[in-house]
Design a protein around this ligand. Structure first.
Ligand SMILES: O=C(O)C(=O)C[C@]1(C(=O)O)C=C[C@@H](O)C=C1
Length: 280
C-alpha cells in the first residue's frame, strides 16, 4: 500500500503518517512524498491512502485542505494529532543580519513572535517545512529558514534558535483519507473499533439569503442530541456571498443510527456531502 504525504522526508506530515501507522495493522507501506498538498491529494488512488493537515492549534484550519475537501470525492478513515514546534537556522551571525527567510505558509502563522523581531526581512513562502530547509541549505549568506524542531540536531548553521513557535504547547491535526467517495449507506453499516466516532461533512444550502438557514441546519443536530465540534463557513466560489458549512460531528457508538437518520433527513432539504465516519 502507498501512503502519500507532504515531503520530502522529515515534514510534520511525515511524522504524523508514521505515528498513524503505529496505530494501524497495515504492513508493507510505501511512503510517497510530494512537494504540495494538491499533489498529495492527486496521488491518492485505489486502495492507497493519503494524509493532509487539517487544523493547527495556533493558526486554525488549513484553508487549502478544506477547499480541496469541499469538492473532493474522498473517504476520511481517521485522524492523527501530533505536537509541533520549530527551530530557526541562519547563515548569519545574528537575527538582525538575516536578509531572507524561507518559511512554510502554515508555519508563518505559528511563529509570529519571532517574525516580529525580524522587521524588513524578505519572506519566501514555501509549501513544506523540509523544502524551506532544502532551500536554505542551497542558499547564500544572509539566508535563514524555519524548520521542524526535530531537524535542528542534524544542522550546524552559524546561528540557530530552538523552539521558535509562539508557544511550546502546539499541535496539528491531520486527516487520513482514501480516494473513494464517502457513501452514507456504506458508512452507516461500518463497525466502529472504538466507542467514539467523528463524522466530517459539508452542508450546502441552495441559498444563504434566507433568515434562519444556519439555525435550521443546527436544529437537526440539536434535536438528535449530536455534538458538533467544528462549524466553519467556506465560500462555494460559485457566487460572491454563497457559502457552505463544514461541520464535524462527534458521538458515541450508540448514536450511529441517529446520525445517519439525521443526515438522510437533512439530505432531502440540503446538499449533504459526507466526508467520512470513523472511530476516534
Ligand atoms: O511542512 C510541514 O512540515 C507540514 O507537514 C505541513 C504543516 C501544515 O501545513 O500545517 C504541518 C504542520 C505544521 O502546522 C506546519 C506545516
Amino acid at each position: 500500500m502507498k501512503l502519500s504525504v507532504l515531503g520530502p522526508e522529515g515534514t510534520f506530515a511525515d511524522a504524523a503518517a508514521k505515528a498513524y501507522l503505529k496505530t494501524q495493522p497495515y504492513t508493507n507501506v510505501i511512503f510517497d512524498y510530494h512537494p504540495t498538498f494538491d499533489q498529495v491529494y492527486q496521488a491518492v488512488t485505489g486502495e492507497n491512502i493519503g494524509l493532509l493537515p487539517l487544523e493547527n492549534q495556533l493558526d486554525g484550519y488549513v484553508s487549502a485542505t478544506l477547499q480541496r475537501l469541499q469538492i473532493a470525492d474522498v473517504t476520511e478513515i481517521g485522524e492523527m494529532t501530533i505536537p509541533v514546534n520549530f527551530g530557526l537556522v541562519a547563515n548569519a551571525d545574528s537575527l538582525t543580519h538575516i536578509k531572507r527567510l524561507y518559511v512554510q505558509f502554515k508555519t508563518e502563522g505559528q511563529c509570529q513572535k519571532l517574525l516580529s523581531r525580524m522587521p524588513g526581512i524578505q519572506i519566501i513562502t514555501t509549501s513544506s517545512n523540509m523544502i524551506s530547509l532544502e532551500k536554505f541549505l542551497r542558499g547564500e549568506k544572509g539566508d535563514a529558514a524555519i524548520i521542524p524542531q526535530s531537524q535542528m540536531a542534524d544542522q550546524s548553521a552559524p546561528f540557530m534558535l530552538e523552539n521558535v513557535a509562539d508557544q511550546d504547547d502546539n499541535s496539528t491535526r491531520f486527516i487520513i483519507f482514501k480516494a473513494k467517495p464517502a457513501k452514507l449507506d456504506d458508512l452507516s453499516r461500518l463497525t466502529l473499533t472504538t466507542n467514539h466516532f467523528k463524522a466530517p461533512l459539508f452542508i450546502r444550502p441552495s441559498s444563504n439569503d434566507k433568515p434562519g438557514t444556519l439555525y435550521d441546519i443546527l436544529g437537526y443536530f440539536a434535536k438528535a442530541d449530536l455534538n458538533l465540534i467544528t462549524l466553519m463557513s467556506l465560500p462555494t466560489k460559485t457566487q460572491l456571498g454563497e457559502y457552505s458549512f463544514y461541520i464535524e460531528v462527534s458521538g458515541t457508538r450508540d448514536q450511529q443510527e441517529v446520525i445517519f437518520a439525521t443526515l438522510r433527513d437533512m439530505a432531502s432539504k440540503y446538499n449533504v456531502h459526507l466526508l467520512g465516519f470513523y472511530a476516534d
